[in-house]
Every structure is written in structure tokens, then in C-alpha cells.
Design a protein around this ligand. Structure first.
Ligand code: NCD
Length: 315
């Protein structure tokens, strides 16, 4: 039978809920090719020559914004960055008018981070450039979930059947939400643990997700542990004990790491609160792939641009 080639050309990357397993596979395979470019002496290919990309960030970011920018530049696109604090957003310009302004300049793609859930989807309805969601409130962060899958597959050689433990502040984590969708689609077994106040209700209805009372039960025999950042800036109070108590009951330290498989892979989307949700020894230890995640983030974003802006053909 002839292989049916899927195309993602023109697809908005809003969340993994509207990605099929085949599309996720295509992104991961494309990212593998892209990673070679990052290791070259001259990191520049013409795949996106003549394309322009704007990153529009209403929330702070170090790695996501920089990697979306570098990914575009390595592929030959022109990339312009807009951050809320240094644009007409401080003069009160609305999201819709900001999007219209960017569209009017002939931009091909907008990478967007916003505190409101659904902001990227809204953008995809009001303007024509392709929208890539770089995080909308606690809703979705698809490129982060894809780079997690990529990093896991690179280390384990497979995805299907692996046991993943996701720990901590799931309530405020768009990363966890996208992870769960992507991991389920790719056949991983997802275990969750954290303070009850920080576990959203949707988890208990989510098929294929196992919620544990004790962090040790989620970690036991895990192939992968992802630690989430405690997102104090999104907490309205009352949800959280003290950081010392959190570290004692829920923090990933050496003793807890030993309960997982010997070759367990430790992930964290960053930025880390070291000493709270993760000990420095674990963060920088042999099992940690936290720095690799950052590099893989560039490869994943190169793959996404290539697929949505060119359909995958190399220029
Ligand atoms: C995450 C985010 O912004 O959602 N960080 C990231 O993109 N690398 C997670 C977080 O802020 O804790």
C-alpha cells in the first residue's frame, strides 16, 4: 500500500488536542533532522528564506522565546520579537489591534504567549498568519510537550509503554496539560502526584492518567520523571504550604529518585526553583536531561515552522 503523506501546511499549532499521533510522529521525525543543523559550524539553511515571523510575548520567557527566535533564524527566516513591556501594549493597545498591526506587515507566522487561556485560538480566528501557541494561561504549551517527547524518545529509543511521573503544580501547568495529551496519544502511561490543592479536577476524569496521593507511588519504577515548577505567581493564596514543607513532602531528591528505574530520565521545563520542587543534585545529576531539553526545543521549533510554513519540503 502506498504511504499516505500527511501535510501540516497552514496548520495552527494551538494545542496537542488537535494533533493526531501521525502528526506528532512527523514533528518528532522532522526535529531529528533539524537537530543536525544546530550542530553545524554554520547554522543556516534556506528552508524559510523570504518568510517572516513575529514572536509576541505578553508573559516573561527566556528559553521558549529565544528558541523560537533562533529556530526561525537558523532556517533563514526574518524574525522580529515583540514583548509587552516595550510595545504599544503599554499604551493600552488591544490584543486584536496588535494582531491586525502585525498582520498588515505581511507576516507569515505569529508565535504567541499570553496569560489568557484561548488567546492563541482567538488570534487564529482574527488574523491570517499561522499561529503557534507558546503558552496560553494554564491551557496549553504544545511545543514544550513535543520537545519533552523528543527528549524521551532520544534517550529511551521508544515512547510506547513507558511509565512517566509528572510531579507538582499541575493546576497551573500548561506544560502538564499538553504533556498528558501528547503522551497519551503516543502510548505512554501517565502517573501524577502533587499536593491535592494543586491537582486540577480534570485529571481524575482523564482516561489513562493515574493520580497518586503519595509522590513515592508515582515515582516507583518510572522511566521518566517530569518535575513542574511551583508557579507562585499564578497562586491566589491558600493553595500552598511553605516551600520547606513542599520540598520535604513533594520535592524530587536523591532518595526519591532511587525509587525509580536506575536509568530514569529527569525532565523540568524550566525555570527551576532549585531546593523546592527539585534538589540541585538531581537537577544537575547524571539522570537529568534538563539542559538537553533546551537544545531539543530549538529542533522542535525548527520542525514546527518547516511543517506549517512549507509543508515539510526542503528548499
Ligand atoms: C513553562 C511555561 O512557561 O509554561 N516554561 C517554559 O516554557 N519553558 C513552565 C513554567 O513556567 O514553569
Amino acid at each position: 500500500m502506498e504511504e499516505k503523506r500527511i501535510s501540516m501546511r497552514g496548520k495552527n499549532v494551538l494545542g496537542l488536542a488537535d494533533f493526531s499521533a501521525e502528526e506528532i510522529r512527523l514533528v518528532l521525525d522532522t526535529a531529528r533532522e533539524m537537530k543536525n543543523i544546530i550542530h553545524r559550524d554554520i547554522k543556516k539553511v534556506p528552508t524559510l528564506r523570504g518568510k517572516s515571523i513575529v514572536t509576541l510575548f505578553y508573559e516573561p520567557s527566556t528559553r521558549t522565546r529565544t528558541s523560537f527566535e533562533l529556530a526561525g533564524k537558523y532556517l533563514g527566516a526574518d524574525v522580529v520579537n515583540i514583548t509587552a513591556g516595550s510595545s504599544s501594549i503599554v499604551k493600552g493597545e488591544s490584543l486584536r489591534d496588535t494582531l491586525y498591526t502585525i498582520e498588515a506587515m505581511g507576516v507569515d507566522a505569529i508565535v504567541m504567549r499570553h496569560k489568557a487561556e484561548g488567546a492563541a485560538e482567538y488570534a487564529s480566528r482574527v488574523v491570517s498568519p499561522v499561529i503557534l501557541n507558546a503558552g496560553d494561561g494554564a491551557h496549553a504549551h504544545p511545543s514544550q510537550a513535543l520537545l519533552n517527547l523528543f527528549t524521551i524518545e532520544e534517550h529511551k529509543g521508544r515512547l510506547e509503554g513507558l511509565k512517566v511521573a509528572i510531579l507538582g503544580d499541575v493546576l497551573h501547568s500548561r506544560v502538564a496539560r499538553s504533556d498528558i495529551q501528547g503522551m497519551r496519544k503516543m502510548g505512554l502511561e501517565v502517573h501524577i502526584a502533587g499536593p491535592k490543592t494543586l491537582l486540577p479536577r480534570y485529571l481524575y476524569q482523564e482516561p489513562g492518567v493515574i493520580v497518586h496521593e503519595r509522590i513515592e507511588d508515582a515515582i516507583k519504577d518510572a522511566d521518566v520523571i517530569e518535575v513542574l515548577r511551583i508557579q507562585l505567581e499564578r497562586m491566589k493564596g491558600g493553595l500552598f504550604p511553605t516551600t520547606r514543607e513542599y520540598a520535604r513532602i513533594f520535592g524530587l531528591n536523591d532518595a526519591r529518585l532511587a525509587m525509580a528505574k536506575d536509568d530514569v530520565l529527569v525532565l523540568h521545563p524550566g525555570p527551576m526553583n532549585k531546593g523546592w520542587e527539585i534538589s540541585p543534585f538531581v537537577a544537575y545529576g547524571d539522570n537529568s536531561a534538563i539542559q538537553e531539553e533546551v537544545q531539543n526545543g530549538v529542533a522542535i521549533r525548527m520542525a514546527l515552522y518547516t511543517l506549517v510554513l512549507t509543508g515539510g519540503k526542503q528548499a
